[in-house]
Write a protein that binds this ligand. Structure first.
Ligand code: SF4
Length: 134
């Protein structure tokens, strides 16, 4: 069965004061990557994201890019090797969560490519989502 990840507006990366691009590790500065990871894991007395464990589990089983569950893509590759996990390719799930994240990122000027990499879906799928809500 294909892994699924369901989150809601309590997720750390969905808070209004954060920039969703911080979770797109290829494009970010080391400080932004650390900030995103800290929001996932919780530091300095702040609680961890309530979806930390399922988010990491999902991203270990599906080949998505960016920071998920507090770990970068490189860190997840190492964890998969250590745990003997074979990841499956990402698939397009035109669900409410993907659409919400895509709209949020798009409204902040994030590129279609960065959105598609963050969600693990195709550029075309992102354009379809954005066209539906336009
Ligand atoms: S653990 Fe996952 S859902 Fe939570 S803030 Fe990090 S990337 Fe977002």
């Amino acid at each position: 069965m294909t892994p699924r990840l369901e989150t809601d507006d309590t997720a750390g990366c969905r808070q209004p004061h954060v920039n969703p691009e911080w979770w797109h590790d290829e494009a970010r500065t080391p400080q932004e990557i650390t900030r995103a990871k800290n929001i996932c894991k919780g530091v300095g007395g702040r609680p961890a994201c309530p979806f930390l464990d399922p988010c990491l589990d999902y991203a270990l089983r599906i080949t998505v890019s960016g920071i998920w569950g507090g770990e970068t893509e490189t860190e997840r590759r190492r964890m998969r090797r250590e745990r003997g996990i074979n990841a499956r390719p990402a698939y397009f799930h035109p669900g409410r969560n993907n659409a919400w994240v895509a709209r949020q990122m798009h409204s902040r000027g994030v590129s279609v490519r960065a959105i598609s990499e963050r969600l693990g879906i195709t550029d075309q799928a992102v354009r379809q989502i954005l066209a539906r809500v336009a």
